[in-house]
Unconditional design. Structure first.
Length: 180
């Protein structure tokens, strides 16, 4: 049996902006940047969440680079739940880690006062927690990236953040082109 055909919508009846390509282009949502520096889509989306949260706080570009590099070291830029803390697995996550009760992009611990587990599994909340702590470090803007990250994270491997700086710069530059 033949399916009834429906008349094709004309630009004027379907979409009032269709007749104006300039208006349509202006109203189109911005496209996400393609992944850079060897990241996959999930990692790039998490980096975008870090930048979005930081920009919302008015954090300068250097702080965004430090945050992205820190998340690269802590979780490989994946939102990681904890095998030790089953509650964390009730929230959206991209893997399970076994480093104490550390969760999320920054491997923050609810037991250490970073916030409730469910909130720490939210990349933007976790970023705000990290950046709030970073901004309390005197002179963080002038420190080596690894020293600024370590002042917040208190890692057993304080030098490991530095190796991610060039990739973090590339990622932040892809998300926030110069001048923004």
């Amino acid at each position: 049996s033949a399916t009834p055909s429906t008349p094709a919508a004309t630009p004027s009846s379907a979409d009032p902006d269709a007749a104006s390509p300039a208006r349509k282009a202006a109203s189109a949502p911005p496209t996400d940047p393609a992944p850079v520096a060897g990241l996959d889509e999930d990692q790039m989306e998490n980096a975008e969440a870090i930048v979005r949260a930081g920009r919302g706080m008015g954090v300068p570009r250097r702080g965004l680079v430090i945050a992205v590099a820190t998340a690269m070291q802590e979780s490989n830029l994946y939102n990681v739940a904890s095998g030790v803390l089953p509650e964390s697995q009730n929230y959206p996550h991209q893997g399970v880690g076994w480093d104490h009760d550390s969760v999320g992009l920054f491997q923050q611990r609810s037991s250490s006062g970073w916030g409730p587990v469910g909130r720490l599994m939210d990349p933007e909340f976790a970023t705000r927690q990290f950046l709030t702590a970073l901004e309390q470090v005197p002179g963080w803007e002038r420190m080596r990236l690894t020293d600024a990250a370590q002042a917040v994270q208190v890692s057993a491997y304080p030098e490991h953040y530095q190796k991610h700086e060039w990739r973090a710069v590339r990622v932040v530059d892809a998300i926030l082109p110069s001048g923004r």
